[in-house]
Design a protein around this ligand. Structure first.
Ligand code: AMP
Ligand code: ZN
Length: 117
């Protein structure tokens, strides 16, 4: 299941330290080591899959749990704080760790910081 060289697999296996904010059967959520907002968590499925382009019917429980973890983490924020979920899928669009993860960001308006969609 786990690729030895993948840093997120090592975090899941507790081989390297992280600050865990939530853990379930299928997911670990940790603080990003280089936060880009006052709240910046990474939601990581406990299954090595490169990115969302490789999801299959078999990986559905992991994806559903990621969504449920987003909801749980959102309840830890101040009322009306809001949050962004960002997922980079592929090195060509900025993915640096090739293990699927969602960025959970709050406390900063990314659009006022230059993000444009
Ligand atoms: P991405 O560029 O979308 O692949 O995001 C990878 C994220 O992982 C970046 O925001 C990094 O700051 C973060 N990161 C890299 N190594 C670690 C680590 N050991 N612990 C926590 N976050 C990390
Ligand atoms: Zn991995």
């Amino acid at each position: 299941m786990l690729t030895v060289k993948c840093i997120f697999c090592k975090i899941i296996q507790k081989q390297i330290p992280s600050t865990c904010v939530l853990e379930t059967e299928h997911t670990i959520a940790i603080k990003d080591l280089y936060p880009k907002a006052p709240v910046h968590y990474l939601l990581i499925p406990k299954f090595h899959i490169e990115h969302m382009g490789y999801l299959t019917a078999d990986t559905t429980p992991y994806l559903v749990d990621l969504g449920l973890c987003v909801a749980k983490l959102s309840k830890t924020l101040p009322e009306n704080a809001g949050f962004n979920i960002i997922s980079n899928n592929g090195q060509a669009v900025g993915q640096s760790v090739l293990h699927l993860h969602w960025h959970f960001l709050s406390g900063k308006n990314l659009y006022e910081s230059g993000l444009s969609l």
